[in-house]
Design a binder for this molecule. Structure first.
Ligand code: NAI
Ligand code: 15L
Length: 269
């Protein structure tokens, strides 16, 4: 596959989309932006709903690859998740098939396995082939997205890297995040690796920095050429002083998904 140059970035108005639209061009990409919401200073961005199949198909036309971030990024009612994350992601894959786009980077989430107990003590890192155990309807939609990616590879030859993102924010803001944080710069490195690695078929990777307190195995991400440069450890002393160490007796501290495991499942959206 020739290295992609023109990349559709869905969810470009969101938190991660904003970080990536600032960081990815340095790797040589021309980004086409897509979101429900307009983006200040980006008059060429496509403002459309993933529910609009024609708009999605038109947005996909002529791009070399897609970074699919758009969707509901927290828990919500099943009906909302169904429309934005499940049907919306299906529309992206159908558009890719119809328009001959061969590579998608899918923003999966740690919440596809959020119910999995987090490693404690000398427990091994969580492997990429650990059974999926979603913690929310949101996590279920990410699990569906990974299956959709596998299906479109097996049946239609569209390659995907499903990135089970931990927490990609400018800084870690909780003790849990010390384990799952992905710095924005490492996020851009990982998306670049996912866009350019050869012969990925459908590859699932965890998305985080090289954190001292890492919970999962980054080997499939490294096999794509990803070399994380950051570690959350410099933030540890302050966060632990403020919040205390994770308490294994607290359900929100005992599983990968943190507060997604215990919060009321329907947040206002
Ligand atoms: P966000 O909520 O800030 O951004 C999502 C964007 O998608 C928003 O700009 C929203 O307008 C857009 N969107 C929602 N529904 C849409 C629809 N029907 N049609 C078109 N656009 C729509 O979320 P964030 O943090 O930027 O996350 C981006 C993606 O990465 C999401 O898929 C999220 O599930 C995933 N992810 C993010 C993590 C993180 O740490 N930021 C962690 C794990 C996964
Ligand atoms: C996610 O999947 C969410 O989209 C993001 O907002 C964070 O909550 C992240 O997971 C996390 O687990 O910290």
């Amino acid at each position: 596959m020739p290295a992609p140059r023109t990349v559709l970035l869905t969810g470009a108005a969101g938190g991660l989309g904003t970080l990536m639209r600032n960081l990815l061009p340095a790797f040589g990409y021309d980004l086409r932006l897509f979101d429900l919401r307009p983006i200040d200073g980006e008059p060429d961005a496509v403002v459309a709903d993933l529910a609009d199949r024609d708009a999605v198909r038109e947005a996909v036309r002529g791009v070399d690859a897609i970074v699919h971030l758009a969707g509901i990024s927290l828990e919500a009612s099943f009906e909302k998740i169904l429309k934005a994350n499940i049907e919306g992601t299906y529309h992206v894959y159908e558009a890719a098939r119809e328009e001959g786009v061969g590579r998608i980077v899918f923003a999966s989430s740690n919440h596809a396995l959020g119910w999995t107990p987090r490693p404690q003590g000398d427990d091994p890192l969580i492997p990429v082939d650990a059974p999926r155990r979603p913690d929310t309807f949101y996590g279920l939609s990410k699990s569906f997205g990974e299956d959709l990616a596998q299906f479109y590879w097996d049946k239609h030859g569209i390659e995907t890297v499903s990135v089970r993102i931990g927490s990609c924010f400018p800084e870690p803001t909780s003790v849990r995040m010390l384990s799952v944080w992905m710095s924005p710069a490492d996020g851009a490195r990982l998306f670049h690796a996912a866009l350019t690695a050869e012969d990925v078929g459908h590859t699932v990777v965890y998305g985080s920095s090289a954190n001292t307190r890492l919970w999962w195995d980054l080997s499939t991400a490294r096999a794509l050429g990803y070399e994380p440069c950051d570690d959350s450890e410099p933030y540890a002393a302050k966060l632990i002083a403020e919040q205390g160490e994770l308490d294994p007796e607290n359900p929100a501290h005992a599983r990968l998904g943190g507060h997604f495991v215990t919060d009321p499942p329907i947040w206002p959206y």
